[in-house]
Design a protein. Structure first.
Length: 553
């Protein structure tokens, strides 16, 4: 190690902060890389329990879980019993982990030094955790204001059959499918158990889980421990400087995620009837890129026609975090959701609490007063319901002639059909109030050398072609030396040259002479893929299509 790669520190610095290592930074202007001394061994508080996937590979793990689970005797409501059993199981697994994998904890404890006496020049751990907690608590606190209602704005409504589907009893197959279709390696929530654990221990705990779901189905209540969540801070950009540079993602408990996924799966099946087509995200048979494609076409049209165009891209600031719960409940009522379903949503969304994970340690929990949690399977679909209120206002504005979109002049429009029945075309034209017309040419298929083996066959084809005028043809084809009619022979005939001479002397003007003056240059397309190999054609960007037939009229 070079002398410039060393740090000179005092005993006081080591005793107060500890030295955990060095970190080599990126080289910038200098030809040397900066080296940082890492002294951040502060104790951020206890870490929450989390199940470890490595436990599942231990041969005695499942038998230990089964023995422990059956030994718990808890009385009360089913949700409370299940929550307490998981709590007791966590304590048993902590002890079992130390006995079986104790060396892991020992290595961590010997590596990380716990220091609690941070001097005044540094902000203490408790101060940082308190500041972060207050920041997000204010973000999720509802400020009550007078809000306009949407009375008089029409919305689509669910049918009785739709509500019966939403409120059907939970089945064990439905729950099992939700668990097995979920990624087992996602970060767990406050209960510490991920879906890999639930899959491995399904036969042991499935009875208690189903009793918990049946109780919720009847009572529409959830304990605080199940609706609680961790708020993980994911950087939005490199080198975040303030808390707004982080994206808050909620880590919900495994039991709540099971319930939420089941409800979200049902909601997704009926939501397409309620949500406008312009909302293209999260729903079956809709693609979030549909709107992008529409905008792309508009921009392309404006550029080609050289139209002046002003695009206004609107972004909702903290869209999910700003949702008002009363408005969400109001919209569900307007859309015909059953009272029982609305009670379920209040239990899942309106009674939640959060703790912010700061360097892996949770802050004090706080009550949430608004917003939809990013990470909750229900959130995307509930947000569509909220956004539909805005779409209703837009429709009202259009109906009131405050503004309008692009209008089609159906009186000058015509409807063409390809491989469609006449009855279907007539029905479509009646609906659109426009005329039906036919495409002014017949598709003659591709003419190739293997099909046109004689002048007689060519003559039969040419008889079917109807010219646009009664004038004589300006150009006629002559057969090639082989006796076949081909595009190459047509070119050579036009220029009175051999193929080799043509390739040497072909010019843009010569190519233009192949066509009548009244034919636009844009339709000068020859339809034989074999001419793709002719360099002179490539040079002058002659378009080649395998599905078109040239017209010399």
């Amino acid at each position: 190690m070079s002398r410039i790669d060393r740090f000179l520190v005092s005993d006081g610095l080591i005793s107060k902060h500890g030295i955990s290592g060095q970190w080599i930074g990126d080289r910038d202007i200098s030809d040397h890389c900066p080296i940082w001394l890492i002294v951040s061994n502060s104790n951020w508080g206890p870490k929450p329990f989390r199940s470890i996937n490595g436990w599942l590979e231990h041969p005695e793990f499942l038998s230990f879980v089964e023995t422990s689970w059956k030994s718990f005797e808890v009385q009360g409501k089913k949700a409370y019993v299940l929550k307490e059993k998981f709590k007791l199981l966590k304590e048993c697994l902590r002890k079992w982990n130390k006995e079986v994998f104790g060396f892991l904890d020992l290595n961590i404890e010997t590596t990380v030094k716990e220091l609690n006496d941070i001097e005044a020049c540094w902000m203490g751990v408790d101060e940082i955790k308190g500041f972060v907690k207050n920041f997000f608590e204010n973000n999720f606190k509802e400020r009550w204001e007078n809000r306009p209602n949407l009375n008089g704005v029409p919305f689509s409504s669910l049918s009785e059959t739709d509500n019966l589907l939403l409120l059907a009893p939970f089945s064990i197959d439905e729950v099992r499918e939700v668990i097995w279709s979920s990624d087992g390696n996602t970060c767990p929530g406050p209960d510490g158990f991920n879906f890999n654990f639930l899959k491995a221990c399904w036969e042991i705990i499935k009875g208690d889980i189903m009793e918990f779901l049946h109780e919720f189905h009847c009572n529409a209540t959830l304990p605080k421990a199940i609706t609680a969540s961790f708020l993980a801070l994911i950087p939005k950009k490199d080198h975040p400087q303030v808390l707004s540079d982080y994206r808050p993602i909620c880590l919900v408990s495994s039991l709540y995620k099971i319930l939420s996924k089941v409800l979200a799966g049902r909601l997704k099946k009926v939501l397409g009837k309620l949500i406008s087509k312009v909302q293209s995200a999260f729903l079956p048979n809709r693609q979030i890129l549909d709107a992008v494609l529409v905008i792309n076409e508009l921009i392309d049209l404006a550029k080609r026609r050289k139209d002046k165009c002003l695009l206004f891209k609107v972004d909702f600031e903290r869209a999910n975090d700003s949702v008002n719960w009363n408005f969400l409940d109001y919209m569900m009522g307007r859309m015909g959701f059953a009272d029982q379903w609305r009670k379920w949503m209040r239990a899942c969304i309106f009674q939640s609490s959060m703790s912010v994970l700061i360097n892996g340690s949770p802050s004090e929990d706080f009550r949430v007063g608004k917003g939809l949690r990013q990470g909750d399977p229900l959130s995307p679909f509930l947000f569509l319901i909220v956004a539909e209120g805005f779409m209703g206002l837009m429709r009202n504005a259009v109906d009131s002639n405050l503004f309008h979109g692009y209008k089609v002049n159906f009186f000058k429009s015509k409807l063409y059909g390809i491989n469609l029945d006449v009855s279907f075309l007539l029905a479509a034209s009646s609906f659109l109030h426009c005329e039906v017309d036919s495409i002014p040419f017949h598709f003659l298929d591709i003419l190739n050398e293997t099909e046109a083996t004689s002048a007689h066959e060519m003559q039969e084809l040419l008889v079917q072609i109807q010219p646009n005028s009664n004038n004589s043809d300006r150009r006629k084809w002559k057969p090639h030396a082989t006796g076949l009619f081909s595009v190459r022979s047509a070119y050579e005939t036009q220029l009175n040259q051999t193929h080799e001479e043509f390739l040497e002397t072909a010019t843009v003007d010569a190519l233009k002479e192949l066509w009548a003056n009244n034919v636009p240059s844009k339709v000068c397309i020859f339809g034989w893929a074999k001419d793709l190999s002719m360099d002179a054609f490539k040079l002058y960007s002659i378009g080649i299509s395998s599905t078109t037939f040239p017209s010399f009229w």
